[in-house]
Every structure is written in structure tokens, then in C-alpha cells.
Design a binder for this molecule. Structure first.
Ligand SMILES: Cc1ncc(COP(=O)(O)O)c(C=O)c1O
Length: 276
């Protein structure tokens, strides 16, 4: 009987949280009927005390697990020292972070724009591309997902995301993914940027075939367009930050775009592109 009472009470705890949040949330995010309140490493617990293996990892933001002692220590220490420091000032910790990012980025990428979300990163990328090229067109891929803000949504393909908010930002077009010929046709002197996922996530799980990204990179380089490859949760969760670096660092032997053949390799860091 006591066990049943405990069960009833704990169910009420979770139900109460769900009811309270549902009453005031925007409704933008469909939610699973779980109220998670605690985590340790790769495990999380709901308000009823039930334990789960966390296969979400904060959608890439909690890669070191929950309550990792080093993270807890660093966050607590910084909160005690300086809770926030906007970019109108310099800051010791931001300087260290930028330094570390530059150390793991591919050669030549020495600067980072720090922001809070994927969509903001995409917005910034679009603006950097427009500013640095003086062009306004952006090419994205069919099935691509880049976020829900107006610019990022314009690069996103799925009609279900786009149509309720049209008209979107002009100058975006979508070409088939993994199709170098289609990209070859699309990039022109008006193209400011090409934006592609290494693994299409929201659109299903579609990895770039070997040779595709280096091929697009060469086209962009030759035609003066920027190539953006935003890391998404698939890469982050697989610890594969190095994979896109490897893909992008490989260059083709020649730059004759009349036609092309892709030779597939098993490993992404062994890709090559052959132009004929
Ligand atoms: C490839 C990609 N780009 C952009 C985003 C948007 O990121 P955020 O939800 O942090 O704005 C996502 C989110 O799922 C994503 O997978």
C-alpha cells in the first residue's frame, strides 16, 4: 500500500511539472511526456525517480554527460568570479576558448564567431558571406535543415517548416544533395554561399558521399563563393569533429570542371575527387 502511495505521489510530481509547463510553453516544440529533473553521466531521471539512458545528450550540448565534475567545477568557479561578459569587453576565458578552437580548426580558419544556437551560426554565416563576397545568392540542399530563424529557414528545405512563414529571404535555392553535377550547374557569379550538412539529419540520415564535399569546396573556391558546413548533432555525438576537417582538407588533383567522377573510398578522410 505504501509503495502504491509512493508511486502515486511520484506520478503526481511528474504530471504536475508537465501540466505546469504545458500551460505556459510556446508550443513550438512537441514534447515527450517525460519531466527530466536530474542526470549523472549518461543517465537521466524523471521526476518519478525512473532512470533512463540518455541517448539525446542535450542534442550535442551535453557531450561530457550530466554533472561531470570538471564541468560542474568550471561552471561554479566562473559563476563565482564573473557571471557574464558581453563582447564589448575582452575576457580571459573567451580568449582561451578562441585559442583552443583555432587550435582544432583546419589550417587557415583562425577566427570564430561565438553564438548560442545553430540558427544564429547560420544567420551569421549568411551575413558573413554576403558581406565578404558582395553577392546575395545562397545554395542549399534538398532535405537540408539549417534552423528556424528567417535566414536559416530560407536555407532549410522542408515545406512543412517553410510554408507557414513565407515569403522568406530571397535568393535561396535548393539542389539535390550528393549531386556534383547539379551543384556545378547551380553555382555562378551571384553565389555568395553554399551551405551543406555533412550528414543530413532532419531530412533523414543521409551522409555526404565521399568526394562530394571536397568537390563542392573546389567549385566554391574557383567561383569565389563561401562553403558552410555546419556541424550538427550527428557529428558532435559521434565525436567526429575531425571528420569534416578531413573531408574538407582533401583537395582534388586538378580543377577541370567539365565533368567529374567521384571515386568512393571507405574512410571519409581518404576521399579524393577526380575531374576529367
Ligand atoms: C544541421 C543543423 N543546423 C542548424 C540547426 C539549428 O540549431 P538550433 O536549434 O540550435 O538553432 C540544427 C538543429 O537541429 C541542425 O541540425
Amino acid at each position: 500500500m505504501k509503495a502504491m502511495q509512493r508511486e502515486f505521489a511520484s506520478q503526481s510530481a511528474q504530471a504536475g511539472i508537465i501540466e505546469q509547463e504545458s500551460a505556459h510553453t510556446s508550443g513550438v516544440y512537441p514534447k515527450r511526456p517525460l519531466a527530466l529533473v536530474r542526470g549523472a553521466g549518461a543517465r537521466v531521471w524523471d521526476a518519478d525517480g525512473r532512470e533512463y539512458i540518455d541517448c539525446v545528450g542535450g542534442q550535442g550540448a551535453a557531450n561530457l554527460g550530466h554533472a561531470h565534475p570538471a564541468v560542474v567545477r568550471a561552471v561554479s568557479e566562473q559563476a563565482r568570479r564573473l557571471i557574464s561578459c558581453p563582447e564589448i569587453f575582452h575576457n580571459d576565458q573567451r580568449a582561451r576558448l578562441l585559442d583552443r578552437l583555432a587550435a582544432v580548426a583546419p589550417p587557415g580558419l583562425e577566427r570564430a564567431f561565438l553564438c548560442n544556437s545553430g540558427a544564429e551560426a547560420v544567420e551569421a554565416a549568411i551575413k558573413f558571406a554576403r558581406l565578404s563576397t558582395g553577392r546575395s545568392q545562397v545554395i542549399a540542399a534538398i532535405r537540408g535543415f539549417h534552423g528556424r530563424t528567417m535566414g536559416a529557414l530560407s536555407a532549410t528545405w522542408a515545406p512543412a517548416y517553410r510554408e507557414p512563414f513565407e515569403p522568406l529571404v530571397p535568393g535561396f535555392r535548393h539542389v539535390p544533395y550528393n549531386d556534383l553535377d547539379a551543384m556545378h550547374e547551380a553555382i555562378n557569379t551571384e553565389t555568395a554561399a553554399v551551405i551543406l550538412e555533412v550528414v543530413q539529419g532532419e531530412g533523414g540520415v543521409h551522409p555526404a558521399v565521399p568526394g562530394y564535399l571536397p568537390g563542392v569546396q573546389l567549385m566554391c573556391e574557383e567561383r569565389g563563393a563561401r562553403l558552410f558546413v555546419p556541424p550538427n548533432e550527428f557529428l558532435v555525438d559521434n565525436g567526429a569533429m575531425i571528420a569534416w576537417q578531413g573531408v574538407l582538407q582533401k583537395k582534388a588533383a586538378t580543377k577541370n570542371y567539365s565533368a567529374l567522377t567521384i571515386r568512393p573510398y571507405e574512410r571519409t578522410d581518404d576521399v579524393e575527387v577526380f575531374w576529367r
